[in-house]
Write a protein that binds this ligand. Structure first.
Ligand SMILES: Cc1cc2nc3c(=O)[nH]c(=O)nc-3n(C[C@H](O)[C@H](O)[C@H](O)COP(=O)(O)O)c2cc1C
Length: 376
C-alpha cells in the first residue's frame, strides 16, 4: 500500500488510540507485522506550545521506519503551525488529522466528528495542513466517521474535499458520532466512499477483530488498507496474523497463557521505559491486562492481585502464579462479543471519555473559544 512516498508492506494500520498506542505498544505490534503504526492523538495547540506530554506522544523509537503522528485541531492556523513544526523539525514521516472524535462535549461545539459538517472550516484545515506537509513531502491523511448522525452524514463530501485538497488517503470509521461504538460498523459506507474516490487510497475502519475480518473488509469494500483499533488491544500478535493473511497464509497465533503472560511482562517493561516511571507504567498496564487475559482461565483472586500490581517485581511474581499451560481459549473469546460485551449491551466509548488525551484536550490544550467554532 502506498501513502504518498511511503510504502507500507502490509495494508494494515494500527488505529491511533489515546492512552494505548504509545511507543511501547507500537513496538510490540511492530515486532509481529509490517504495517503502519500511528501514535496517540495529540492536539495541535499542545504541540505548538510544546507541552512535555505532547512531545512524549510524538516521540518515536529509532527503528520506527515511518514515524506516524495524529493531530487534532479545529483552528486552521494552529493546525498549520503544528504541521509546520513536525515537518520543519523532521519529527514525522506521516501525519493524520483526526475528524472522528464522537465525544458530545466536543461535537456539540462543532469539533471532532462534527467538524466536516462545517465544510468551509473543514476545507480550510485540510488545505492548510496539506500545504504545510507537502513542503517536506510528508503524506497527510484524514480519519473520519460517517457523520454526526444518520441525518447529518458528511463522509462523501468530506472525502471529496480532502481528495481535492491533496490528501494521501482517507480513512473512514463506519459509524456516526451518535453511534459511538454501538451496533456494527457500516462497511457499505466504506465501499461507497471507495467508489466515490477512485483516484486515492481509501482505508476502512471498524470492527476488525481477526485477520479474516480484515481480508473480508478488503474484499467486500475494495479498500486499499484497513485500520485496526480495539481488535489488537491485548493482542499485538494480531499484526502477525494480519501480515500472514495478506500474504495468503492461514497461520495464526494461538498463544497459551504462558505466552500471554510473557507479552504482558514485556509490555510493562516497555511502558516503564516509555514513561520513565515504574508506578505510572504499572497503573497504565492494568487496563491492558484485562484485554490480554480475556477468555483465559485466571482465578478472581489472581485477577484482583494483577489489578493492583505496583512494580515489575510484583508483576513477575503474580504472573508466575498463573496456570501458564492454560490453552488459548479460541476465537469465540476474542470476537466483538467476547471482547466488547454482549450485543445487547454495546460497548460505550468509555475509554474515549476517560482517555488522558481527550481530558487534556478539554481541560488544557483546547480552549473553549477554539472549540466553539459556531461563530466562524
Ligand atoms: C481507547 C480508544 C482510544 C481512541 N483514540 C483515538 C484517537 O486518539 N484518535 C482517533 O482518530 N481515533 C481514536 N479512537 C478510535 C479508533 O481509532 C477507531 O477508529 C475505533 O476504535 C474503531 O475501530 P475498531 O472497531 O477497530 O476499534 C480510539 C478508540 C479507542 C477504543
Amino acid at each position: 500500500m502506498k501513502l504518498g512516498p511511503i510504502t507500507v508492506d502490509t495494508p494494515v494500520i494500527l488505529a491511533p488510540m489515546a492512552g494505548i498506542t504509545n511507543s511501547a505498544f507500537r513496538r510490540l505490534c511492530r515486532e509481529y507485522g509490517g504495517g503502519l503504526y500511528v501514535a496517540e492523538m495529540v492536539t495541535s495547540r499542545a504541540l505548538v506550545e510544546r507541552t512535555p506530554e505532547s512531545l512524549r506522544i510524538i516521540s518515536h523509537d529509532d527503528d520506527e521506519k515511518v514515524r506516524s503522528v495524529q493531530l487534532y485541531g479545529v483552528d486552521p492556523v494552529t493546525v498549520g503551525q503544528a504541521v509546520r513544526m513536525l515537518v520543519e523539525e523532521d519529527r514525522a514521516d506521516h501525519i493524520d488529522l483526526n475528524f472522528g472524535c464522537p465525544v458530545p462535549k466536543v461535537t456539540r461545539r462543532g469539533g471532532g466528528s462534527a467538524l466536516p459538517w462545517k465544510t468551509d472550516l473543514f476545507t480550510s484545515i485540510v488545505r492548510t495542513a496539506v500545504k504545510e506537509a507537502s513542503k517536506g513531502n510528508v503524506p497527510l491523511t484524514i480519519k473520519m466517521r460517517k457523520g454526526i448522525d444518520d441525518d447529518h452524514l458528511t463522509y462523501l463530501d468530506a472525502g471529496r474535499i480532502a481528495r481535492d485538497a491533496g490528501v494521501a488517503a482517507v480513512a473512514l470509521h463506519g459509524r456516526t458520532a451518535a453511534q459511538f461504538y454501538s451496533g456494527q460498523a457500516d462497511w457499505s459506507a466504506i465501499a461507497r466512499l471507495r467508489e466515490a474516490l477512485p483516484d486515492i487510497p481509501v482505508l476502512g475502519n471498524g470492527d476488525i477483530w481477526s485477520a479474516e475480518d480484515a481480508v473480508r473488509m478488503v474484499r467486500e469494500t475494495g479498500v486499499d488498507g484497513v485500520v485496526v483499533g480495539r481488535g489488537c488491544q491485548g493482542r499485538p500478535w494480531l499484526f502477525g496474523d494480519l501480515m500472514a493473511a495478506f500474504e495468503g497464509s492461514d497461520v495464526r497465533h494461538k498463544p497459551d497463557l504462558g505466552k500471554v503472560a510473557e507479552s504482558v511482562y514485556r509490555h510493562a517493561e516497555l511502558m516503564v521505559e516509555t514513561f520513565g516511571d515504574e508506578g505510572k507504567a504499572l497503573r497504565e498496564i492494568r487496563k491492558h491486562m484485562a484485554w490480554y487475559f480475556k477468555g483465559y482461565v485466571v482465578g478472581s483472586e489472581l485477577r484482583t492481585k494483577l489489578a493492583m500490581v505496583t512494580s515489575l517485581e510484583v508483576l513477575r511474581d503474580t504472573l508466575d502464579q498463573l496456570d501458564l499451560d492454560s490453552p488459548y481459549p479460541g476465537v469465540d473469546a476474542e470476537g466483538p462479543r467476547g471482547r466488547a460485551g454482549s450485543p445487547k449491551r454495546p460497548a460505550l466509548p468509555k475509554d474515549w471519555l476517560e482517555s488522558r488525551a481527550l481530558n487534556a484536550a478539554q481541560s488544557q490544550d483546547i480552549s473553549a473559544a477554539e472549540l466553539d467554532v459556531s461563530g466562524g
